[in-house]
Design a protein around this ligand. Structure first.
Ligand code: C2E
Ligand code: MG
Ligand code: MG
Ligand code: MG
Length: 292
């Protein structure tokens, strides 16, 4: 009986594996087709400067307009794209199009906003990344100082000298570097000190339960303070309400991104958002900040 059961389990297990392998293969083929038939698009989520109360940057977020499933979000396909290596050409498409659309928006609005692009692990280790960045900048006419690359802590683990060399070469193209989802991985603030990065994005998980979770507030405040001592700017991700905004402003966080200010927008939506220019009231504190 036990033996039978074992065999059933085994069968079940391999069937599951097969089903998953097939799903992955289908997805891979679909992603290839998506790239060749223009099914990808970008959404842009505004980032605001707390001091100026202004939109100063946007994060480019990949969207897949699937022919039968409708909009598919990156968490549902980036892993397979990464495993198959397809993320490299897809990531290149993102780089070129983010630069091109934001350069166009700079011209249309007369404002030099920045754009942040998410890199994948494969792209980060790709020897051709610098060339691809240079090409995207040249093709779009966007100046390097308006492009920011977002990397995650996991990409920065390993041999410190190698990581520093990698980041230094990337920065030599003139772009800035942000660490995305900071606090969700295993890197520490003391490790960060050694890395040539510019911006730290505090993970949404720390912002989410402000003001209920005292510990999250303490961690967030401490991360902001130490980051500033290291000369880094801090972006808070996932700001959804006034309490979170007030807390971050009072603790001198530099920039904010989140549904409270704006959801990710299409190019047209972003253009309209910038023309309306009505975001100032989002920065009027509901409580008084402490004196300097
Ligand atoms: P991320 O880089 O941390 O991007 C922020 C994600 O949080 C976005 O999800 C955004 O829509 C969402 N978000 C922003 N504000 C709020 C908020 O106030 N509340 C909540 N609940 N969520 C908020 P999205 O667009 O689904 O992207 C998910 C992840 O997929 C990104 O996380 C990033 O890691 C990855 N990704 C997106 N675009 C690309 C890309 O072009 N290349 C690569 N390699 N990865 C990408
Ligand atoms: Mg990001
Ligand atoms: Mg993030
Ligand atoms: Mg994330």
């Amino acid at each position: 009986r036990a033996k039978d059961q074992g065999r059933d389990c085994y069968h079940y297990f391999t069937e599951e594996l097969n089903a998953q392998a097939i799903r992955q293969l289908v997805l891979e083929q679909e992603l290839r087709l998506a790239l060749n038939t223009n099914q990808f698009s970008l959404a842009f989520q505004p980032q605001f400067d707390f001091k100026q109360g202004r939109l100063i940057s946007v994060e480019a977020l990949l969207r897949w307009n699937h022919p039968s499933q409708g909009m598919v979000f990156p968490n549902d396909f980036v892993t397979v794209a990464e495993e198959t290596g397809l993320i490299v050409p897809i990531g290149n498409w993102v780089l070129r199009n983010a630069c091109k659309q934001i350069r166009q928006l700079q011209v249309v609005t007369g404002r030099n906003i920045k754009v942040a692009v998410n890199l994948s692990m494969r792209q980060f280790h790709d020897e051709q990344l610098e060339d691809n960045i240079a090409q995207a900048l040249q093709y779009s006419g966007l100046k390097a100082k308006y492009l920011e690359l977002e990397v995650t802590e996991s990409m920065l683990m390993g041999d410190v000298d190698m990581v520093v060399a990698r980041l230094t070469r990337l920065k030599s193209t003139g772009v800035s570097i942000a660490i995305d989802d900071f606090g969700s991985g295993y890197s520490s603030l003391s490790y960060l000190r050694k890395l040539p990065v510019d911006v730290l994005k505090v993970d949404r998980a720390f912002v989410r339960d402000i003001p209920e979770q005292l510990h999250d507030m303490e961690i967030t405040a401490a991360v902001i303070a130490v980051a500033h001592k290291l000369g880094l700017k801090v972006v808070a991700e996932g700001v959804e309400n006034i309490d979170q905004r007030d807390f971050l402003m009072i603790n001198r966080c530099d920039y904010a991104q989140g549904f409270f200010f704006s959801r990710p927008l299409s190019y047209t939506g972003l253009n309209e958002f910038m023309q309306r220019n009505e975001c100032r009231q989002k920065f009027e504190l509901s409580i008084y900040p402490p004196e300097d």
